[in-house]
Design a protein around this ligand. Structure first.
Ligand code: FE2
Length: 440
């Protein structure tokens, strides 16, 4: 799907072709989840590797619950045959009711993974039947659309969480087999795009002009100062220079909370990186080409452990690390509005390829591959209005102590990336595919 193709389901009823289009868009998203989950065994789908992560089976059930709660639940006379799923698979919706504590999602061994598959099929059948019968009202269609975008977000989370889980297994499991990339030269010095000061329009237009989350609206004016934004993302080669210059050992480069995180977490490299010492190198290390040599950095990928690749955008860095790197480089992070203005018209590339699940080498004047930390706190836009009803809890209640990321990653489903999209994570978070570009 692309931006702008998502609001054609029509009013009150969806007979004929528009019902077919809504059904196809719905099933398209659902099938991708099934494909991504099909590479995970039942055993892979149950554990929860940390509180912030969720089991794959839970993602599959929760996205299904969302459609049952918000779309099927609106149908006159509908009641779930499995009301306990409302407790087990509600994530954070206070208006819906009590729920399984987040840190205990990995303890849900019943229903089984197979029964969660049955739940998905039952809800799919009911949603399709309701669409084809024209029983989904206008608000239901909006929530169906929200549910599709919600499931895409969980597709990325499912991959992030599977990677985090697998990274704790000393056998370095392979989620997707992938052959070695051709050797790509690391890009040279970045170019800088000059941003001329002035008033800019940022944010998404009304949903009637294409899907957006409530946190992207309303479109509004901001003042952009004179500045420059790097035309490519910071690469692995760039990051190695930062590390070689003692970047992780120089407190003057770091925010106070960032330096505390370095100490507490023992950070000396991006997430999933490991310096090989010739001991305990996994079976999958080196499968991208030459084996990892002593002293060489490897990183855990969804295709096992591999040597880091200089030309790729650096990935799995926290906001704190991105900020410290920018200070070391004599630059800064762009604000989310500078980012939106500077990248206008750039190609969106390197979204999810299910046969790759890993960033491509960085390229000039493109977005994608890794989410990009911005200097901006995650706050409401002037005039922000939450979604109506329980869906109003989707975004707005998380607008404290988080930073905005822009763009999209190699784990973001195709069509989900857009110029006004606002992702957000806490400053210390680095299990998402997060990188950066500089501004000055
Ligand atoms: Fe969710």
């Amino acid at each position: 799907m692309t931006v702008g193709d998502v609001t054609t389901e029509g009013p009150q009823t969806v007979p004929g072709r528009s019902a077919g289009a809504a059904v196809e868009k719905y099933l398209h998203v659902r099938r991708l989840t099934d494909l991504l989950a099909s590479r995970l065994s039942a055993e892979d789908q149950v554990p929860q590797s940390m509180t912030a992560a969720s089991p794959a089976a839970w993602h599959r059930a929760h996205t299904t619950w969302f459609f049952e709660e918000f779309v099927l639940g609106r149908l006159p006379g509908y009641s779930s045959p499995e009301p306990v799923f409302r407790f087990l698979f509600n994530s954070y919706y206070e208006a819906v009711g009590p729920r399984q504590p987040r840190p205990q999602r990995g303890l849900i061994t019943r229903p089984s993974v197979a029964e969660i598959g049955d739940f998905r099929a039952r809800v799919d059948d009911a949603v399709v039947a309701a669409l084809e019968a024209g029983r989904v009202d206008d608000r239901g269609l909006e929530l169906l659309e929200l549910g599709r975008h919600h499931e895409q977000q969980h597709q990325e989370l499912m991959l992030m969480d599977a990677k985090h889980l697998f990274s704790h297994n000393p056998t370095d499991p392979v989620y997707v087999h992938r052959s070695a990339d051709p050797v790509a030269a690391a890009p040279g010095e970045t170019d800088w795009l000059v941003v001329v000061e002035g008033v800019a329009q940022v944010g998404a237009l009304d949903p009637a002009d294409g899907f957006s989350y409530d946190n992207e609206r309303p479109r509004h004016r901001v003042w952009i100062p004179d500045g420059q934004v790097a035309t490519r993302q910071v690469t692995v080669a760039d990051w190695k220079e930062f590390m070689a210059d003692g970047g992780y050992a120089r407190p003057e480069l770091w925010l106070s909370d960032g330096w505390a995180a370095v100490q507490d977490e023992g950070w000396d490299a991006p997430g999933y990186w490991r310096r090989e010492d010739g001991v305990g190198v996994s079976a999958s290390a080196g499968t991208a080409g030459a084996p990892a040599a002593d002293g060489e950095w490897t990183t855990f990928t969804l295709s096992g452990r591999r040597p880091v690749v200089d030309a790729e955008p650096v990935c799995h860095v926290s906001f704190y690390e991105a900020d410290a790197y920018a200070r070391w480089a004599g630059a800064r992070l762009p604000t989310e509005f500078e980012w939106e203005v500077a990248t206008a018209g750039w190609e969106i590339r390197d979204e999810l390829d299910p046969d790759r699940c890993h960033p491509q080498p960085a390229t000039d004047r493109t977005i994608g591959g890794v989410w990009e930390w911005t200097a901006s706190a995650y706050l409401p836009y002037p005039g922000f209005v939450t979604e109506e009803g329980a869906a109003g809890e989707y975004n707005g209640k998380f607008m404290s102590d988080q930073h905005v990321l822009r763009g999209g990653s190699a784990l973001t489903p195709a069509g989900h990336t857009r110029p006004t999209y606002r992702n957000f994570f806490p400053a210390s978070s680095r299990w998402a595919a997060t990188g950066l570009r500089l501004a000055r």
